[in-house]
Ligand binder design. Structure first.
Ligand code: PHE
Length: 348
């Protein structure tokens, strides 16, 4: 076949080109248009032909190439719809999606659950109550004198009955979860053995060491013949479970309106083991909770016969326990929800 015949032959082939798929089209493109393809090969033959014929053949080869390009574009356009269908068909609907990022449990939830778990092993159940409370349940029934400083605007968030009008009000945000204890005492008969975990509010300036809200777990046990020795044993059990079997406790006399006698409990510093370090300020002890025997006035205010029943109560801050366990220096970290902080509890 001479070059003129070759050109004519290829021209016919190109006009008749058909492609069923993107893959077909690509195979044809390689066959005709790639460096080693049929049309560029013509340029090699072109070198051999006599000078005077070059212009004529050059023009017809170029024409052929343009015709081929046009045909390929046409085929590509025809395949356009089908090609995208091919891609859709290739989607694998059984493939697992990208891994969903799991969150972590909040350190305060972890500590609260641990506290609840320790006490539930000795028969305590969880009781819940409202965060928006009344003066009765937060203060009056708990033996707070009418002029007690805790009722002061400094400590308590009172809720305005009408927006913007600060009338005297007895609706407030609970300052401790002892309010749940009063609700339990007025609605259940002894024996009572409950834990009251929850958020509480106090009107304090926010700093590394104080916040306007924090979390507590309080406990209450009422039955016949409940003694201070029972309280001490239960708290010792808790301290050992929470901070390790070598932990010691000491109870220092204190004052709460709703308990008599009242005490604050320290544990032997779990960092230095009681020898004295920077954490316990050299004392070997760190304070963790308040406790005491339920004041008979409280039992009576809640309709429980104080001649028959006695009880103990205790209350601790969850942030405080979390600080001791994880040594978080700034309380604000607990409520900022910075994932760099929260991720550190992933494996807890
Ligand atoms: N309600 C007390 C507080 O918020 C804690 C406490 C509870 C103390 C029970 C004694 C007995 O600080």
């Amino acid at each position: 076949m001479n070059i003129a015949e070759q050109i004519a032959d290829l021209q016919k082939q190109v006009e008749a080109l058909k492609a069923e798929s993107a893959e077909d089209l690509e195979a044809l493109r390689i066959k005709y248009m790639s460096k080693k393809g049929a049309i560029p090969q013509l340029f090699d033959a072109f070198k051999e032909i006599p000078k005077e014929q070059k212009a004529q053949f050059g023009a017809s080869i170029n024409q052929l190439r343009q015709a081929a390009e046009a045909r390929f574009n046409e085929l590509k356009e025809q395949l356009g719809g089908a090609a995208s269908h091919a891609i859709v068909d290739k989607q694998d609907l059984t493939r697992t999606p990208d891994p969903i990022e799991l969150g972590t449990r909040h350190p305060l939830s972890l500590v609260r659950e641990e506290i609840v778990d320790i006490f539930s092993r000795i028969g305590f159940t969880v009781a819940d109550g409202p965060e928006v409370e009344d003066d009765q349940h937060v203060f009056s029934m708990l033996n707070f004198a009418p002029e007690h400083p805790a009722r002061d605007m400094q400590d308590t968030f009172f809720i305005e009955k009408e927006p913007g009008v600060q009338k005297p009000t007895d609706i407030l945000l609970r300052t401790h979860t002892s309010s749940v204890q009063t609700r339990v005492m007025t609605s259940q008969k002894p024996p009572i053995r409950v834990l009251c975990p929850g958020r509480v509010y106090r009107n304090e300036a926010i700093s590394a060491r104080a916040h306007c809200f924090f979390h507590q777990v309080e406990g209450l046990y009422i039955d016949k013949n409940v003694s201070y020795a029972d309280l001490r044993e239960v708290l010792l059990y808790f301290a050992k479970e929470m901070f390790g079997p070598d932990t010691k406790i000491r109870l220092r006399p204190s004052y709460f309106p709703f308990t008599e006698p009242s005490a604050e409990m320290d544990i032997s510093c779990h960092i230095c083991g009681g020898k004295g370090c920077a954490f316990c300020k050299g004392t070997g002890w760190v304070e963790i909770l308040g406790c005491g025997m339920v004041d008979p006035n409280v039992l009576e205010a809640c309709g429980i016969d104080s001649k028959v029943y006695t009880g103990y109560a205790f209350g601790m801050g969850v942030e405080r326990i979390a600080n001791l366990k994880y040594r978080v220096k700034d309380l604000r970290l607990f409520s900022e929800n910075d994932v760099r902080f929260l991720r550190q509890f992933e494996s807890c």
